[in-house]
Design a protein around this ligand. Structure first.
Ligand SMILES: [Zn+2]
Length: 61
C-alpha cells in the first residue's frame, strides 16, 4: 500500500490519520522523501518545521 502524506505536517503514514497530529487530511499526491532521525540536530528538519523524527514527504499537493 502506498503511503499517504499528511497535508499539515507532511509525515508519511499508512494509517487513516496522521500519527503526528491526528489529522485526517492525507494526500496520495506527494513527492520526495526525507527521513528525520534526530529533528533537533537536523538543519533540514528545522527548515521544514519538523520537530519529531519520522519519514516525511518533501512536497504534498
Ligand atoms: Zn500530520
Amino acid at each position: 500500500m502506498k503511503e499517504l502524506a499528511c497535508r499539515k505536517c507532511r509525515m508519511l503514514t499508512t494509517e487513516k490519520a496522521c500519527p503526528n497530529d491526528g489529522s485526517t487530511e492525507l494526500s496520495n499526491e506527494w513527492s520526495g522523501l526525507i527521513v528525520i532521525i534526530n529533528a533537533e540536530k537536523s538543519q533540514v528538519a528545522k527548515t521544514l518545521g519538523i520537530t519529531r523524527p519520522g519519514r516525511y514527504a518533501l512536497k504534498v499537493s
